[in-house]
Design a protein around this ligand. Structure first.
Ligand code: SAM
Ligand code: SF4
Length: 352
């Protein structure tokens, strides 16, 4: 039974809060970005992300929305200024808007600089306007292909119209949209020119992602893996890709597509390790904090959150202690000799 107050001692944006010591890891990286996986469940089954017959976590193990908000608030009080909600599919969690509205109230000086989310877009026609009014201004929507059949195959259960309608509802609501596409050999590798043109036409940035070896999926990852170094040199035959120093503080390297004016980002954990500039940690919906996407070391917060004797100062101390254990980087490899996941958990657990 939870007896701790749900909204304890969080300084309001108007109060003069003491500046917290920045969260620094042992390698001098300043951790200011928290990704929160609000559910491991999803209404799709993307082939690189999940097996078709996934077993999801029992409800008792999942933090309540109030627990997620309290823990997120402790991160904010420790200096985190950007939160991205993810999953699983964040928008399939019941009442998720109450969490989003609660976090949205923490946007402002001394609090969050940005609140955002990554979604598959299926629920955006319902939520886009509410997201905007809660303070969200940018979202990432996963869309690996513009071809309806390829979309149905890549997501196993998805209908492309639903995601496209969601994307345009988000645009209409005033949200800046970035399209995320996982580069998949034989699935979308001949579509990037079309996707760049489509994103240019609608004012969306595009981010291509190398598939990462996380969790068992049905099938062989070596069949899916497409190095982005190869993709980028192919794209340069048709597009003028200009260097930019634009950064979202994340692992993507961005270039400007001169012909469309939009940005294209490349997330290359396999061909180029981005760990040296890593500023983030990831919280699962069960209250496990992974300090690295590709390593197993973690800090557990659920028991603390459910212990009436643990106050927010103790939560903040535990956050500092966890960051002090952040590892230097991941060891992702995909090849035929090592065709096992680098970590057993799926991306939908840690939150992509
Ligand atoms: N359901 C939401 C969505 O699809 O956007 C949020 C969660 S999903 C796990 C977040 C991102 O991780 C998506 O862009 C997805 O394409 C990406 N992703 C999932 N599994 C991946 C993998 N094994 N390698 C690389 N990216 C992956
Ligand atoms: Fe669901 Fe996102 Fe994973 Fe696809 S990538 S199965 S939409 S969590």
């Amino acid at each position: 039974m939870q007896t701790t107050p749900l909204r304890p001692q969080i300084p309001t944006m108007n109060a003069v809060a003491p500046q917290p010591a920045p969260l620094m890891d042992p390698f001098g990286r300043h951790v200011s970005y928290l990704r929160v996986s609000v559910t491991d469940r999803c209404d799709l089954r993307c082939v690189y992300c999940m097996a078709e017959d996934m077993t999801f976590l029992p409800k008792a193990e999942i933090l309540t929305l109030e627990e997620l908000e309290r823990l997120s608030a402790a991160f904010i009080a420790s200096g985190v200024d950007k939160i991205r909600l993810t999953g699983g599919e964040p928008l399939v969690r019941k009442n998720v808007m109450s969490l989003i509205r609660g976090l949205g109230q923490r946007i402002g000086p001394g609090g969050l600089r940005e609140l955002t989310l990554t979604t598959n877009g299926t629920q955006l026609t319902r939520y886009a306007e509410e997201l905007f009014s809660a303070g969200v201004r940018r979202i990432n929507v996963s869309l690996d292909t513009l071809d309806a059949d390829a979309f149905a195959a890549a997501t196993r259960w998805g209908k492309i119209e639903q995601t496209l309608d969601g994307i345009f509802a988000a645009k209409a609501a005033g949200l800046a949209v970035k399209i995320n596409a996982v580069a998949l050999k034989g699935v979308n590798e001949h579509e990037y020119d079309r996707m760049i043109a489509w994103c240019g036409e609608h004012g969306f940035d595009l981010c291509l992602i190398e598939t990462m070896p996380m969790g068992d999926i049905t099938g062989d990852r070596t069949d899916q893996y497409l190095p982005l170094s190869l993709v980028r040199s192919r794209l340069k035959q048709n597009w003028t890709l200009e260097d930019t120093d634009y950064s979202t503080g994340g692992p993507a390297r961005y270039m400007r597509v001169k012909e469309t004016g939009q940005r294209i980002g490349f997330i290359t954990p396999m061909t180029h390790n981005f760990c040296e500039s890593c500023n983030r940690v990831r919280l699962t919906c069960t209250g496990t904090l992974y300090m690295c996407l590709g390593q197993d070391d973690a800090a557990e917060f659920r028991a603390m959150l459910r212990d009436p004797g643990v106050d927010d100062a103790a939560l903040r101390q535990a956050i500092h202690d966890a960051i002090a254990r952040k590892p230097k980087g991941h060891d992702f490899v995909i090849d035929r000799r090592q065709n096992r996941p680098a970590v057993a958990r799926h991306m939908s657990v840690t939150g992509g």
